[in-house]
Design a binder for this molecule. Structure first.
Ligand code: SF4
Length: 705
């Protein structure tokens, strides 16, 4: 048995420090406990994080697999890597964009950086993205547009300082348990907790005020609250005049409070109560309920506008998006996904030159745009514009809307799946590369408040399994051998390389090293020097003018988006609204938890209000029904649940059954898909699941985008 070592929980982006201990053999670690010395959590943990770490579910892939005769069959590493390399080289002969690479917020910074460098600097493809676009892209665009740089301004240290906590479109009691404990403690200590969510979630059940908009109308509600704040004299004129721009244009674009409240399905007096919350020191947290919308960026900006207008920026207040995956932020900062390392802009000539020089590649190989994003890359696959797709630690068949379309797109080309577990996507692969998982890899992650900390290997990967950076290095060695200095990529050297690339940027962490992390355990960026770390962003209380935003003017910017309606309204044929949310026992796309959650029958459970069931009684048979959308139909177990409003069908997010039904409309600014709302109907299970879809497709009513 190994000694107990410091590491970081990879189950969510709170980023709790653990002390782990492992047996010499077996799957999970023997045990983990909270690290009392860790600056992020001070020893706190949650049962979910510990349980999933110690006893992970899911079926491991323990040897490379190659499809032969229609079946995935075991192969040796040389054959698998050789096959992958040949197919990539052949595809690149037809053009750089003929290879797509899809990464993940589950990767370490080092693996994400290596994959991004290979995709952008080695292959030169525009078609590189990560599944973080499916959850955080709208928040990212909003921060960049408002402040000139990504990442939330506050830190966890601001949570106990806030007087009011507004949680919008998120359920942190389930998704971020340790952070939620801090929020609940603060709210319970004379503060106030306000939750905005169509559903009475576990978090909403604790709220002092629960505001329930119609799904897909968050922007209307946010603008109504902003209009009410202006009407009711809650504007902090001094802050607005000294530190912002675009206020008058924003005010000119605001809707009438009553009209916007009605659009959101919220009584006007509730909107006034919501606006009044911003008359105290307020933190606004938001999650996928805001981001996963065709107007996710506009909605996130409106929440930022609420903070700016009421002077709620500064310690104990501000906009604080809640990140899901453990290393979503690290992926954004390191991976060359939507910007070059350190948030360097794709179209900035000086930055492109610097990246090309550091990587030793011609500037002409670097793509001139960050590409169309995850969902539209799948469309390019479907159109036959991409021959090879390589997924790393991501499961698009379950996580991307309109699964039928995704499955068809991935089946069309040559699919390489690099993963630790058998997933829905791995089942479609031409080659599966078995990867190490948490507890078997060295690296670092960044939590949602910008803290970098180490993940460490408690044990060797199972025989036949390789670490992500080793697999990426081996592919690079066969396709672009000059890209990396060594075939065997060293995590610490990769960290130093990407840290150096952030020097002088808005996400400068060049002052962080493995050596420093061994001593301090976690350091928050910006950290340009070997001591000190970042605090509240854009703010320095010691300066005469404490605010300095990364915009051209140095001021924060207001927005003026307005609600434009949902992309798929209900109608006579599809009279109900489907929404999705996090289930307490589910983890990401559920490859490790779905069997437990779905039970022996393997069917997904839909939550419906008893009135919805009563109104559709003929669609139910022994607790089952078929949920139909314009794209597909799925049989589900139905459970009556008065926490879900009438007219709503609730299914688990990032679940293949739910995503058979969802539509692939995405926010044009962020490329984040509209996973929270589409129109559905119910039918009796004995009609057969496939029939409704087959009928519509046969009639030509449905076509792929
Ligand atoms: S809150 Fe998140 S990071 Fe912390 S122990 Fe729980 S799952 Fe892990």
């Amino acid at each position: 048995m190994t000694d107990r070592e410091s590491t970081t929980c990879m189950r969510c982006a709170v980023g709790c420090g653990y002390r782990q201990r492992d047996a010499d053999e077996g799957r999970g670690v023997v045990d983990v406990r909270g690290d009392e010395a860790h600056p992020t959590n001070g020893g706190s943990t949650c049962s979910r994080g510990v349980r999933e770490t110690v006893d992970p579910g899911g079926e491991r892939v323990t040897e490379p697999l190659i499809r032969r005769g229609g079946e995935l069959r075991p192969a040796d590493w040389d054959t698998a890597l050789g096959t992958v390399a040949v197919r990539i080289i052949e595809a690149l002969r037809e053009g750089n964009d003929n290879v797509a690479v899809l990464g993940s917020g589950q990767q370490t910074n080092e693996a994400a950086y290596a994959l991004g460098k290979l995709a952008r600097g080695g292959f030169g493809t525009r078609y590189y993205d990560a599944n973080t676009t499916l959850c955080m892209a709208s928040a990212v665009r909003a921060y960049v547009q408002a402040f000139g740089s990504d990442a939330p301004p506050p830190t966890y240290e601001d949570v106990p300082e806030a007087e009011t906590h507004v949680i919008w479109g998120a359920n942190p009691k389930i998704a971020h348990p340790v952070l939620y404990r801090w929020i609940a403690d603060s709210a319970g200590d004379g503060g106030e907790l306000i939750v905005v969510d169509p559903v009475e979630s576990e978090t909403a059940a604790d709220a002092d005020l629960h505001v329930r908009p119609e799904p897909g109308t968050d922007l209307a509600l946010a603008r109504a609250a902003l209009a009410a704040a202006v009407d009711e004299g809650l504007v902090d004129r001094e802050f607005v005049e000294r530190h912002t721009e675009g206020f008058e244009a924003m005010v000119g674009s605001l809707p009438d409070v009553d009209v916007a409240a009605e659009t959101a399905g919220v009584p006007a007096d509730r909107v006034s109560e919501l606006a009044a919350a911003f008359d105290s020191r307020t933190l606004v947290y938001w999650g996928m309920g805001v981001n996963q919308s065709v107007q996710g960026t506009g909605t996130a900006r409106s929440l930022i506008d609420l903070c700016l207008a009421t002077g709620n920026l500064g310690p104990g207040s501000g906009p604080f998006s809640l990140t899901g995956q453990a290393n979503s932020m690290g992926n954004r900062v390191c991976a060359s996904k939507s910007s070059w390392p350190g948030y360097r802009a794709f179209d900035d000539v000086a930055d492109r030159k610097a990246i090309a020089r550091e990587w030793g590649v011609p500037m002409t190989r670097l793509p001139d745009s960050s590409g169309p994003g995850f969902v539209r890359i799948v469309d390019e696959l479907a159109r036959g514009n991409v021959d090879v797709c390589w997924t790393v630690a991501t499961n698009p068949v379950a996580g991307v809307p309109d699964s039928g379309h995704v499955r068809a797109a991935l089946e069309d080309g040559f699919l390489i799946v690099q993963d630790a577990f058998r997933s829905d996507t791995a089942e479609l692969a031409d080659v599966v590369l078995p990867a190490a998982t948490w507890g078997e890899s060295e690296g670092t992650v960044m939590n949602m408040e910008r803290r970098v900390s180490r993940v460490t290997a408690a044990r060797e990967p199972p025989e036949g399994v390789r670490r992500d950076v080793d697999i990426i290095g081996a592919v690079a060695d066969r396709v672009v051998p000059e890209l990396f200095e060594s075939t065997r990529l060293d995590p610490e050297a990769l960290f130093d390389e990407v840290a150096a690339l952030t020097r002088g940027t808005t996400a400068d962490f060049s002052g962080i090293s493995y050596e420093r992390l061994a001593e301090e355990l976690a350091v928050r960026w910006p950290a340009p020097d070997a001591d000190g770390e970042g605090g509240y962003r854009y703010y320095n209380e010691d300066d005469a003018d404490p605010w300095s935003f990364r915009t051209d003017s140095g001021r924060a910017r207001f927005s003026n988006a307005s609600h434009e309606g949902v992309p798929e309204p209900i109608d006579a044929e599809y009279p109900l609204t489907l929404t999705t949310g996090r289930r307490p026992d589910a983890y990401n796309t559920g490859v490790r938890t779905r069997m437990d959650a779905d039970g022996d029958g393997g069917e997904t459970t839909a939550r419906l209000h008893p009135e919805t069931i009563a109104d559709n009684l003929t669609a139910f048979d022994r607790g089952r029904t078929v949920v139909e959308s314009r794209r597909s139909a799925v049989a589900v177990e139905a459970t009556p649940d008065a926490d879900v409003p009438p007219g709503l069908v609730w299914l688990p997010v990032h679940n293949p059954a739910a995503n058979e039904l969802t539509l692939s409309a995405a926010d044009p600014e962020s490329a984040e898909p509209n996973l929270k709302q589409c129109a559905v109907g119910l039918s009796a299970p004995d009609r057969g699941v496939a029939d409704p879809v087959d009928e519509r497709r046969a009639s030509g009513a449905d076509s792929l985008p």
